[in-house]
Design a binder for this molecule. Sequence first.
Ligand SMILES: [Zn+2]
Length: 263
Amino acid sequence: MTIDDLTPLLLAGNDPEPVLERQASGSSPFVFTCDHYGRLIPRALGDLGLDDGERQRHIAWDIGIAGVAEQVSAALNAHLIAQRYSRLVIDCNRPPIAASSIPPISEATTIPGNQGIAQDAANERRRLIFEPYHRRIAEVLDRRVRDGKPTIIVSLHSFTPIYTGVARPWHIGTLYHRDHRLPKLLLRELRAEPELVVGDNQPYAVSDATDYTIPVHGEARGLINTGIEIRQDLITDESGQRQWAERLIRILRKLEPELRALI
Ligand SMILES: [Zn+2]
């Protein structure tokens, strides 16, 4: 028996790379991240013990946000860095030490493939999915800073309309912690649209314990940043994704000069 027999590779064969990029040489100051873009599961992990229905629910990924992110990135010629694997394999917006990094339970669903996971197996998921994604974001940001490119980080997410039985009224929310510059402007623009219910740090706020991308890549570098959460029932289909992408494109284009003046 060889070492390889004892420790089969988590990602192998036809498993795609975790990092997906669009407009990598885009001219926009906006850099979009999408931690919960995809819902792939490495072949070595099978289906994590979940049926098809569970693997398509919000617990597995951010429903609808991939379509929005692709359109916004293309229209603004802005770099998008996204992650293809399910948040149930490893959540790329959680510190790896958090209990919810590889969740044994998500909302009310037990994830059989995550029960009693060995430290080695957890480390392997981190090394092959979490780390390449965040390393790539860091490389891109390092290079932009070196090249003197203005950079604004927008972390795109979507949220389930009902969580643990409680309905969420907001259509869209800005999420932030220490840096209020972009959220303040974004709230002003979103609240100018009378049909929208806008969340200010709703349905949740950013924190160091429950988030990774904004604290590490935005706040620690002093880059202007925000999270954006869109309610999933509004972007389930293509027309909803297009409509919400168009709204974000219009607003971010309008805000760009104001933001450049702050950099
Ligand atoms: Zn998300």
